[in-house]
Design a protein around this ligand. Structure first.
Ligand code: ZN
Length: 205
C-alpha cells in the first residue's frame, strides 16, 4: 500500500484525486504547525495545479486532511502571484453573484454557481503571519470554492436543482470510473483512507 507519509518517498507521490474519492468529503481540522515537509507539500501542490492548468488547489484534493489551499489566478508559475491560505476563515458575505466554476477533482465539468459577491477572508501564510482581506471577483470565488473543499464541500453541492440535473450524467461517469479503479486496486478502502488521514492529522492538527 502506498504511504504518503513515508519520508523515503517524499512528496513525489502526491497526485490530484477525483470525485467521488472519500477524502474530498473530509472536513479538515486546523493545522497547528508548519515544518519543512509541509512547505514541500505546498510546493508540490503548486506544481500539480500548474500541470493541470488550475488556479486553485486544496489539500483534500491531493488526499491530505490539512486545512490549507494554494491559489494563483494567472495559472502560470510565478512566486509573486502565488498565495497560500492556511486555516482560512470566511465571514462578512455581501451580495450575490453567479459565475462559472470548474474543479480539478471534476475535470471537464463546468457549471454556474451562485455565491456571495464579496467576503472577508482571514488566514495564515506559510511564514505563520495572519492576514485578512476583503475579496471579490474571481479571487473571491476561488477562495470560497477552495475553503469549501476544506469542509468537504464541492461546487456541485451548490448548484440549483436544475443545474444538478444537468450534471447528473457526468457525475455518474465519474462514479463508474472511480468504482472501476477501486476494483482494480488503485484506491484503498474507506477504512484504509481514513486511517491514513488520521496519521496525517496526528502530525499536523
Ligand atoms: Zn475544486
Amino acid at each position: 500500500m502506498r504511504r504518503l507519509c513515508d519520508h523515503s518517498e517524499g512528496t513525489s507521490v502526491l497526485e490530484i484525486i477525483t470525485y467521488p474519492h472519500p477524502t474530498l468529503r473530509y472536513r479538515s481540522k486546523p493545522i497547528q504547525r508548519v515544518d519543512n515537509e509541509l512547505r514541500q507539500i505546498v510546493a508540490k501542490m503548486f506544481e500539480l495545479m500548474y500541470e493541470a492548468k488550475g488556479i486553485g488547489l486544496a489539500a483534500n484534493q491531493v488526499d491530505l486532511p490539512l486545512r490549507l489551499f494554494v491559489c494563483n489566478l494567472t495559472a502560470e508559475p510565478n512566486p509573486a502571484e502565488e498565495h497560500v491560505f492556511i486555516n482560512p476563515v470566511i465571514d462578512r458575505p455581501r451580495g450575490s453573484e453567479e459565475g462559472e466554476e470548474g474543479c480539478l477533482s471534476l475535470p471537464g465539468l463546468y457549471a454556474p454557481v451562485v455565491r456571495p459577491a464579496t467576503v472577508r477572508v482571514k488566514a495564515y501564510d506559510l511564514a505563520g503571519t495572519l492576514f485578512d482581506a476583503d475579496v471579490d471577483g474571481l479571487f473571491g470565488r476561488v477562495i470560497q470554492h477552495e475553503t469549501d473543499h476544506l469542509d468537504g464541500v464541492l461546487f456541485i453541492d451548490r448548484l440549483t436543482e436544475m443545474r444538478r440535473h444537468d450534471v447528473a450524467g457526468a457525475l455518474g461517469e465519474f462514479e463508474l470510473e472511480f468504482r472501476s479503479r477501486r476494483e482494480q486496486g488503485g484506491i484503498g478502502s474507506d477504512e484504509q483512507i481514513l486511517a491514513r488521514l488520521a496519521e496525517w492529522e496526528a502530525r499536523y492538527c
